[in-house]
Design a protein around this ligand. Structure first.
Ligand code: SAM
Ligand code: ZN
Length: 271
């Protein structure tokens, strides 16, 4: 039999149950449900230093940019693969869910039980505010996912750090993990506009440990960014945002419109 698909207590690993406005385990460890409907299951032990994920401004920038539809082709393909790979009423986990854009696309395409978590409280708060039916979002660290072993039919994991042992632990034996990495040409025109010597991505698939890489699917198209605001929101979501010089950032500020490639690789892992 498969384990129940609901968070466990991050302290003692016993099942959590709803008790009034909180989730509580048999040992009375209790976690309040915030007014937006999410739960913070991050214990002091699993906070990564003083790093608590993306802040409010980054969360809002991500929401605004994704809602502009520039990555809609990827959301569509993820939703399509979810339909293909899952049976009736599957358990779907969005690992490092961000502000819930892809979780919502999946839930609209396929009735499912959905859990999503992220280290950033601000991201999780925005995800919960989407009010997706049958969904619960929580704050947690991917190095200690507060879920039972073998409870997930489909795990989604987009543009985030990889943790093979935890992903394998929570996945059912016939479950699948869809992990998305930037493709070779992702945002190359944007990089060209900012850097003297832009580089292409290496498309290196993370080592899945006991999970085997079963399939690679490319989603690629050209998108048109219609405002300087969209261009800067997109740039702020990339890893380059942290390591760009003032001179190069000034080039970014001058851009008002931009046509650029989006190029994604969906990696499917399984046992
Ligand atoms: C580039 S964003 C991608 C978010 C979302 N998957 C999307 O594509 O919109 C990476 C996310 O990983 C989260 N993250 C980083 N380290 C994490 C960790 N150790 N545990 C959980 N989430 C983490 C960040 O807070 C951030 O929301
Ligand atoms: Zn407990």
């Amino acid at each position: 039999m498969n384990a129940q698909f609901f968070p466990v207590c991050p302290v003692c690993k016993k099942p959590l149950k709803t008790n009034g406005g909180a989730l509580q385990c048999a040992q009375k460890h209790s976690f309040d449900i915030a007014k937006e409907g999410y739960v913070n299951l991050l214990t002091a032990q699993h906070k990564s230093g003083d790093l608590t994920g993306d802040n409010r401004a980054m969360a809002r920038a991500r929401r605004a940019f994704l809602e502009s539809g520039c990555f809609a082709s990827l959301a569509k393909e993820i939703a399509h693969k979810t339909q293909e790979l899952t049976g009736n009423d599957p358990s779907v986990l969005d690992i490092c869910c961000g502000e819930g854009y892809y979780a919502q696309a999946v839930a609209l395409a396929k009735p499912c039980r959905l859990l999503g978590f992220d280290l950033s409280k601000e991201m999780v708060r925005l995800a919960a505010k989407r009010k997706i039916p049958n969904a619960l979002f929580f704050v947690a660290n991917l190095s200690a996912i507060p879920l039972p072993d073998a409870s997930v039919d489909l795990a989604l994991h987009l543009f985030a750090p990889f943790h093979a042992p935890e992903f394998a632990r929570v996945l059912k034996k016939d479950g699948a993990l869809l992990s998305v990495i930037p493709g070779r040409d992702h945002l190359f025109s944007l990089k060209k506009a900012v850097y003297d010597t832009p580089y292409r991505n290496d498309e290196q698939a993370p080592d899945g440990g006991v999970l085997r890489l079963l399939e690679r699917t490319r989603v690629k198209e050209t998108v048109f960014l219609q405002s300087g605001e969209d261009i800067r929101a997109l740039f702020s979501m990339t890893p380059y945002a942290y390591r760009t010089s003032k001179t190069d950032l000034a080039k970014l500020d001058r851009l008002q419109t931009l046509e650029t490639e989006v190029d994604f690789v969906i990696l499917r892992y399984g046992f």
